[in-house]
Design a protein. Structure first.
Length: 281
């Protein structure tokens, strides 16, 4: 039904847990495509031995390149962007499928909701690593927790039509290894007219929190975004995506009041400051 894109960077045990959760908790059959970065922990051999469709980088290319490479192999109408440190909870794909049927727009971006062992969208501690992961507790306690749909999502797991993905050429690789790439992707979607950025409260994954990204030096995604778009990620999320507000339909153009222009002015000052720094460096 969907093409599930999963980058992995020497995280074999997390990858196995992720894949098992998809197999166990999915209502439909899906195409799984894995991008293996390095694979020196046995993950490349594992992917080959189990006949998964995959792309490969000999060095860690970061999530932007990984998503782009793997998505090129997709044969489905929709792709789901995920990470190897996610456990897919029961009902995740049914929730996505039902939502797609309600959307009339050709281009849209929807996501699930992350359950994490610290302050998050849904806070539920079922383990901080695969070693202490308490699957029974998760499956028992999670149905008791209610969470509303929300605006301005830019996190994984996310679903997007493959045609929409191709219109914006996937992720911008200047954000590698990945920080800032999600809001940049949403900005590109915004600029082609996408106005549905909906987080689904009933579509859930348990997330061990950026296991792969912690292995590589972080990029300054906030600075790259500012210099590319002339506004900060915080400003874009607040005035355009209205991130984390209760979902109330397709987004409109931002209300350009005094607060908007004052915030934009501060972004421009920061933009000029970083431009001058770059000129002098």
């Amino acid at each position: 039904m969907f093409s599930i894109i999963i980058p992995t960077y020497n995280n074999l045990e997390y990858l196995k847990l992720c894949l098992n959760s998809i197999k166990k908790n999915s209502a439909f059959d899906h195409e799984i495509i894995i991008h293996v970065n390095e694979g020196v922990d046995g993950s490349l051999d594992f992917v080959k031995e189990n006949n998964y469709k995959y792309s490969f980088s000999r060095i860690n290319s970061g999530v932007c390149t990984a998503f782009n490479s793997a998505a090129n192999l997709s044969t489905s109408k929709y792709i789901v962007l995920a990470h190897d440190d996610m456990y897919f909870c029961p009902g995740w794909d049914t929730c996505f499928s039902n939502e797609i049927k309600l959307i009339k727009d050709e281009d849209f971006f929807i996501s699930g909701t992350m359950v994490q062992p610290f302050e998050s969208y849904i806070n539920l501690d079922c383990g901080k690593t695969f070693l202490d992961f308490d699957e029974k507790k998760l499956l028992k306690e999670l149905p008791k927790i209610k969470y509303k749909d929300f605006q301005g999502t830019h996190w994984q797991p996310s679903l997007i039509p493959i045609k929409t993905w191709k219109k914006v050429s996937g992720f911008s690789e200047e954000f590698s290894p990945g920080l800032g790439s999600d809001p940049d992707f949403n900005m590109k979607l915004w600029n082609i007219g996408v106005r549905i950025f909906k987080g689904l409260g009933k579509c859930r994954v348990y997330h061990f929190s950026s296991v792969s990204l912690r292995k590589k030096a972080w990029n300054n995604g906030a600075k790259t975004f500012l210099l590319k778009w002339g506004m900060s990620i915080k400003f874009f999320k607040k005035y355009y995506l209205r991130s984390d507000k209760i979902y109330d339909g397709a987004l409109n153009e931002p209300i350009k009041n005094w607060f908007y222009f004052y915030g934009l002015f501060k972004c421009k000052i920061s933009f000029l400051f970083h431009k001058l720094l770059n000129l002098n460096s």
